[in-house]
Design a protein around this ligand. Structure first.
Ligand code: GLC
Length: 445
């Protein structure tokens, strides 16, 4: 993009983004999109706050503070704070968070978490504040974020290995990402779902799906995959979201690569928050943080030259490449050599360098479907994470290139939830909040 291009287009795109966020604003929090997503989601609000800080810093702070009302007394931040809505598929009674003694009394939430983007959002807001206000801001949120990070290690790293495990694909934010769906189909499909699949009865359930009102069938997960996710959710609820019970009842658990990469970056952000307000992080937490950096290397497979997620129980890498393969760049903890290798993958036209990058599954994978949710489409939040990572390793030209392509995509195709990486076709819901918010952040870079 030339300067003239930027000058003539910038105000417009920013104004449109602000208007979308205003339309999705529900007072103290922002919904991901009108209709399909009526609740507050954890990582969505973090991305939203990262955009909002450029034009309304107080509202950006409120977005984060409103997330904390859902925090459980054990430290967990739930992936959803539920708003009652007749139309919603995620109703409070579906989650019944009250079955856990740790859930807050008057705030209905889900019982699982989502990638820990909150420390990054807090720091990005902090960067916009003068030092005295930044300190006040950090002091206000520090106890909650510290508790959240401690919870991740206490509950989700039972063997003290440094990698935290996830108990539902929704926790990764990449709902139907191939490594999880592969493991579920291979080992974990309940008999009743197998029967529905075998007898081809999924059509009966498809009729009941709300998401089909908002997106085409080829753009959402299949009914069988959807039933799979709901079935794990029900099992978790039956175990009252108690991690000890969950771990002894062969529920699929994965040390997810994207989650752990984001955790590494989140840990650096938490350290910098603590340093700014002269707090010492608890020693045990500092030890775990160090372990995570080293443990990420265990997810590297020398034979294929890639990082992968790992099945927590079998300790086997799940060797299906996805966008997560590239996220150690965002973690910022891998060597220059590994970073260079990832950048090469990013530039390979057969895999990730499609016309409208970056596909969430490489274009030459048997899993690739250009508009199928997290099994191919380009998502703006993934591009944003990669741009941050590229800059961190000094790949400024590559970062700029991806920034321009991402902005061009939104400008020409709209503020959708995701896009075909091959022809840019917009997919999923329109006027999606994090697409708008991160567009603002990319414009301001
Ligand atoms: C979908 C996405 C998830 C997001 C949520 C709300 O479930 O997979 O990442 O947080 O929608 O936008």
């Amino acid at each position: 993009m030339t300067n003239t291009d930027t000058d003539s287009k910038t105000p417009d795109l920013k104004e449109q983004s602000i208007a979308i966020l205003a339309a999705n604003d529900r007072g103290d929090y922002t919904v991901p999109a009108h209709g399909l997503y009526p609740h507050q989601w954890l990582w969505d609000s973090c991305f939203i706050a990262i955009g909002m800080r450029h034009y309304d810093i107080e509202r950006a702070q409120t977005e984060i503070i409103s997330l904390l009302r859902g925090q459980w007394s054990n430290g967990m931040l739930p992936n959803m704070i539920l708003t009652y809505s007749r139309a919603s598929r995620h109703k409070p009674e579906m989650w019944r968070s009250q079955v856990s003694p740790f859930a807050p009394d008057n705030v209905p939430t889900s019982g699982i978490t989502q990638p820990p983007m909150i420390a990054e959002a807090v720091v990005k807001i902090g960067e916009k504040l003068p030092m005295n206000e930044r300190r006040k801001w950090y002091q206000k949120v520090y106890p909650a974020i510290l508790a959240y990070h401690q919870w991740m290690y206490n509950e989700r790293d039972p063997h003290n290995e440094g990698l935290v495990l996830q108990i539902h694909p929704w926790e990764t934010g990449l709902d139907n990402t191939p490594p999880w769906m592969h493991e579920l189909h291979q080992h974990m499909l309940p008999f009743w779902i197998r029967a529905i699949d075998y007898l081809k009865l999924d059509g009966l359930f498809t009729v009941l799906r709300r998401d089909r009102k908002y997106a085409l069938p080829g753009e959402r997960l299949s009914t069988i995959d959807g039933l799979c996710l709901y079935s794990i959710q029900r099992r978790l609820r039956r175990k009252a979201y108690n991690i000890d019970t969950i771990l002894t009842h062969s529920i699929l658990t994965i040390e997810d690569l994207s989650f752990n990469s984001i955790l590494i970056r989140a840990n650096s952000c938490l350290k910098s928050i603590a340093k700014t307000i002269d707090k010492d992080l608890p020693e045990e937490l500092v030890d775990s943080m160090k372990k995570t950096k080293n443990a990420l290397e265990q997810l590297w497979d020398a034979y294929t030259g890639q990082y992968y997620s790992r099945n927590f129980t079998t300790h086997k890498l799940i060797k299906i490449p996805t966008i997560a393969t590239l996220l150690p760049l965002y973690a910022g903890s891998v060597t220059e050599e590994r970073a260079e290798h990832i950048v090469k993958m990013l530039k390979n036209q057969r895999t990730y360098a499609t016309k409208y990058p970056v596909p969430t599954v490489p274009a030459n994978s048997e899993w690739f479907k250009q508009t199928m949710y997290w099994q191919g489409p380009t998502w703006v939040n993934m591009n944003w994470l990669l741009i941050e990572g590229l800059k961190r390793y000094g790949y400024n030209e590559e970062a700029e290139n991806l920034r321009e392509k991402t902005l061009k995509l939104v400008e020409t195709k709209g503020f959708n939830e995701y896009f075909s990486p091959l022809d840019g076709k917009p997919a999923g819901v329109a006027n999606f909040s994090w697409t708008a918010a991160l567009t603002i952040d990319l414009l301001e870079q």
